[in-house]
Design a protein around this ligand. Structure first.
Ligand SMILES: Nc1ncnc2c1ncn2[C@@H]1O[C@H](COP(=O)(O)OP(=O)(O)O)[C@@H](O)[C@H]1O
Ligand SMILES: [Mg+2]
Length: 139
């Protein structure tokens, strides 16, 4: 069953939630972040990246498709499939090689291409509720 992890009312709380998620991540893990524009996927990513010990600035990889950060003991690859229309673009970019890396992969809008996500991917759904709070649910 889906599990509600948090209901947060600020960007700072969303970042804190990301740090909590990061505490359970290890080399090779893939994290799918889904939910409408503005739901907080990039803010949750900021928390995850910080929680993995990186001081790198996290921005939305909407145009670059992927951004790389250096964590304390591993690299982090941050993807955004929002503008991706064709998987061949991602395969040309070396998606399979990224999966082989000993890093952590974060993917915003992963639901656009669910078949690309490997077995064992951690999947989080973000939503904005009527009261304005943002929720994170683990699938
Ligand atoms: N509780 C909250 N958690 C996360 N973002 C929030 C929250 N409340 C308001 N926001 C705002 O919502 C937007 C979320 O943006 P972002 O993290 O880029 O979302 P996404 O990557 O899902 O499009 C930001 O403008 C942020 O300031
Ligand atoms: Mg985003």
């Amino acid at each position: 069953m889906d599990k509600l992890l948090v209901s947060v009312e600020s960007e700072a709380e969303m970042i804190a939630a990301g740090k909590t998620i990061a505490a359970d991540l290890k080399e090779g893990d893939v994290v799918a972040l889904n939910g409408q524009l503005g739901a907080g996927k990039t803010h949750l990513s900021k928390g995850i990246v910080a929680g993995l010990g990186s001081v790198d600035k996290v921005t939305s990889p909407t145009f670059s498709l992927v951004q790389e950060y250096q964590g304390a003991s591993l690299r982090i690859f941050h993807f955004d499939f929002y503008r991706l229309d064709d998987v061949s673009e991602l395969l040309r970019l070396g998606w399979d090689d990224y999966l082989d890396e000993d890093g952590v992969i974060l993917v915003e809008w992963a639901d656009k291409f669910p078949d690309l996500m490997p077995e064992g991917t951690y999947c989080f759904d973000l939503a904005i509720k009527a009261d304005g709070r943002h929720t994170v649910t683990e699938r």
